[in-house]
Design a protein around this ligand. Structure first.
Ligand SMILES: Cc1cc2nc3c(=O)[nH]c(=O)nc-3n(C[C@H](O)[C@H](O)[C@H](O)COP(=O)(O)OP(=O)(O)OC[C@H]3O[C@@H](n4cnc5c(N)ncnc54)[C@H](O)[C@@H]3O)c2cc1C
Length: 478
């Protein structure tokens, strides 16, 4: 397991091609304004996993005695799952669940694929050994990984055909003795360019075999470009931007400019059946949702604590509708916790010996949270009212007007600066550019909520309930 410094040194040494605000970032990434907050916050996670006190939770031991991080561990018992939950949540508690892509998210994906490596050898070309080797590499080096799956938006009409002349969605344009050459783009990678490696799998429109590929490559591979959106980390001050200054992850469009993917890095190519059976064979979506639900629970804990502190600061909890709104947060938290536990209780061993949490409650949680989170953010805005707006900066409090601010912005039982500090957190979660992106992230991070719900409906085992009603009707006839 690596510590924070090892993580930072490795990212800085890669010199990934990262573009932001009109320029290629040639500064050391960990010292560059848009990225230094999230890199430091992730370094904190790596330091935490190395603490002596955390070894039992975070550190696993391989048969040969080597140590590796919890998220690379194949769960085989319910205790393993519980340990995974506790570790994910204790990492998330260091940031209120606001880092959407902590290292365990992608490590978990690689674990599900690596432990089901034989599935990738079923096609015409056997890639199982590659997967095994990549899983072992990531596990032993404690690699950080981001991913990009979806094709650029361009034209989502079902009648739109992705043609060869104007390549937008990344596709294989050549195959040679060294590997496959990928050209085009993928929609988005959160933390793109800020991790050791990039993992790519197909999602969405597949016109022909050239769109069926999967691989994992170092982020500094030749021809790989990360085009970042504007950074929402506007200032260093964690008083002014308490969340963005620390947890702004940045999202980027990923461009593959004739990128050669060496054969030993390819995990899937041209085989539709292997792709179609991916989830059923590996349990990957259940595990990704499990990780996400663990984190989202922590985010709800943070929202609840924040709401309580806000109510206290301006003494509003005596009002009936305020209690009702706070209860909405409590109910959401308890629902998510119950769904997570249900997924553990009903977990099942798959054919590769992995104990996979039950996907039904996890898909329920995913569906529920995508719709509920924006409402809970609205509650935060409604409780804060003008406190979300009257938010002087750290500099204001150090200026001549500090007397006025101290007098007129004090809370019921806290000083003005303390009160503004608190409400800046609420603003950064609910109203700033950083906060709006958090809301959009929770809505879409697992995919389009509309199609996810439809897919859940289609796959849900509904027949027993249909039969139940049919039996009731039949009995009535007798
Ligand atoms: C903040 C953020 C971070 C992200 N990070 C990552 C990441 O790290 N890695 C990654 O791979 N992806 C990431 N994503 C991408 C995410 O997975 C997609 O946004 C999501 O899958 C939706 O796809 P889309 O944005 O292309 O929207 P679209 O699919 O284009 O949908 C746009 C609208 O059209 C509707 N629509 C489109 N097609 C259909 C259809 N066939 N049927 C019905 N309705 C349709 C949708 O319901 C929606 O209202 C991120 C997204 C966000 C917002």
């Amino acid at each position: 397991m690596i510590n924070g410094k090892q993580f930072v040194d490795r990212i800085d040494a890669l010199q990934n091609e990262v573009w932001i605000e009109g320029k290629r970032c040639l500064d050391v990434l960990s010292k560059s304004a848009p990225f230094k907050g999230i890199i430091a916050s992730k370094a904190e996670l790596y330091d935490y996993q190395c603490c002596k006190a955390q070894q039992e939770l975070f550190c696993c031991t391989a048969h040969d005695g080597r140590k590796y991080g919890f998220s690379y561990h194949q769960p085989q018992t319910v205790e393993d799952l519980i340990n995974r939950r506790k570790a994910t949540q204790s990492w998330a508690r260091l940031n209120g669940g606001l880092i959407g892509r902590p290292p365990d998210y992608m490590n978990t994906l690689l674990m599900t694929l690596g432990t089901a490596s034989s599935h990738f050898s079923k096609g015409e070309r056997p890639f199982g050994e590659n997967l095994k080797a990549l899983y072992e590499l990531a596990k032993s080096e404690d690699l950080s990984i981001t991913h990009t799956f979806v094709n650029p938006q361009v034209n989502r009409s079902i009648s739109h055909y992705l043609d060869d002349k104007t390549i937008t969605a990344a596709k294989v344009i050549e195959e040679n003795k060294d590997g496959i050459v990928v050209h085009g783009a993928k929609l988005l990678a959160t933390q793109g360019g800020l991790t050791d490696e990039l993992l790519v799998l197909p999602s969405g429109q597949i016109v022909d075999e050239s769109f069926i590929f999967g691989f994992m490559i170092p982020s500094n591979t030749k021809g790989l470009r990360f085009l970042c959106r504007e950074s929402y980390r506007y200032r260093d001050s964690s008083f002014d931007h308490p969340l963005a200054a620390r947890f702004e992850e940045v999202d980027s469009l990923v461009v593959f400019d004739h990128v050669l993917i060496p054969w030993d890095r390819v995990i899937l190519y041209k085989d539709l059946q292997v792709l179609n059976d991916l989830d059923a064979e590996t349990g990957m979506y259940a595990f990704l949702q499990y990780q996400a639900v663990c984190r989202q629970i922590v985010k709800l804990e943070f929202l609840l604590g924040l709401g309580e502190a806000m109510c206290d600061a301006i003494q509003i909890s005596e009002f009936e509708h305020v209690k009702l709104k706070m209860t909405e947060i409590i109910v959401s938290l308890e629902i998510m916790k119950a769904l997570l536990l249900s997924s553990e209780v009903n977990s099942e061993l798959n054919q590769h010996g992995t104990l996979v949490p039950d996907s039904k409650p996890l898909r329920t949680a995913n569906n529920y949270f995508a719709n509920t989170y924006p409402r809970l953010i609205e509650i935060t805005q409604l409780l804060g009212a003008s406190s979300m707006i009257s938010l002087p900066t750290e500099e204001d409090f150090a200026s001549q007007i500090k007397g006025d601010l101290g007098q007129y912005l004090q809370g019921a039982n806290i000083g003005a600066m303390e009160r503004v500090k608190l409400f800046r957190v609420a603003w950064d979660l609910g109203m700033s550019a950083f906060g709006s992106r958090q809301t959009q992230f929770e809505r879409f991070f697992f995919g389009d909520p509309i199609r996810l719900s439809t897919a859940f409906y289609n796959s849900y085992p509904k027949q027993p309930y249909h039969d139940m009603v049919q039996n009731f009707l039949d009995n009535d006839k007798k």
